[in-house]
Design a binder for this molecule. Structure first.
Ligand SMILES: Cc1cc2nc3c(=O)[nH]c(=O)nc-3n(C[C@H](O)[C@H](O)[C@H](O)COP(=O)(O)O)c2cc1C
Length: 204
């Protein structure tokens, strides 16, 4: 069974969450995991002006670009994004907006979906970004899974981690974390997504 994780990042926080989601998903028997990126739309000189963007984007660029065939390949599709004004980033939205042909044919219907994100502030879009990312997944007919409150620490977290999906709160300089607990939520989420996809699709 195939798990596709597509995400965007600039400071690297969402990338750390994405790797933890991938790690969790990989722990499920018969799970094949692809960690993929979307297009970078800023000019290189803008990225290079910020040393931390530059370092994170250098690593991000080594990941393969996601395309429509990857979406077809997947039994579970997980989207991750930094929060931008309470919403996902433009490059991730642009990627989604190019999937109309799949939507027309209902090609993604019945697959498992999930979302994760990173914000600077606790209440600056942590949950709205997750909900916004769910909307196109619903339009495509995916079956959305979140993170249940039996996940250790979720009911008491003072930072990231929501029942809608894992998150991190990176602070005003975007340089804090993800914490060990935020990463453990991301791993649990990846494991859960792959487990559900396995139950629905694994015939092995
Ligand atoms: C243009 C822009 C808009 C942002 N908007 C928000 C926001 O609405 N709420 C928030 O908490 N953080 C906001 N941030 C901060 C990022 O969401 C935060 O730094 C996040 O951790 C970045 O994730 P990344 O490390 O994966 O790039 C914004 C950052 C930028 C550059």
């Amino acid at each position: 069974m195939n798990v596709l994780i597509i995400f965007d990042t600039r400071y690297g926080n969402t990338m750390k969450l994405a790797k933890a989601v991938a790690e969790g998903a990989s722990g499920v028997k018969n799970a094949y995991v692809r960690l993929m990126r979307v297009e970078i739309i800023e000019p290189e000189e803008i990225i290079n002006k910020n040393d931390r963007w530059k370092a994170a984007v250098e690593e991000y660029k080594t990941l393969p670009l996601a395309g429509k065939d990857d979406l077809r390949w997947a039994h579970a599709i997980v989207l991750g994004s930094p929060t931008r004004f309470g919403n996902m980033t433009a490059p991730l939205k642009m990627f989604i907006d190019r999937t109309s042909s799949l939507w027309l044919n209902g090609e993604l219907e019945g697959k498992v979906g999930g979302v994760f994100c990173s914000t600077s502030s606790m209440h600056g879009g942590n949950e709205t970004t997750l909900l916004a990312m769910m909307l196109p997944l619903f339009h495509h007919g995916l079956i959305i899974a979140g993170l249940p409150y039996t996940t250790p620490g979720l009911a008491t977290t003072g930072r990231g981690g929501t029942p809608y999906g894992p998150t991190s709160v990176s602070g005003p300089m975007s340089d804090q974390g993800p914490t060990g607990e935020e990463l453990s939520f991301a791993r649990s989420f990846g494991y859960r997504i792959a487990t559900i996809a396995g139950k629905l699709f694994d015939r092995g």
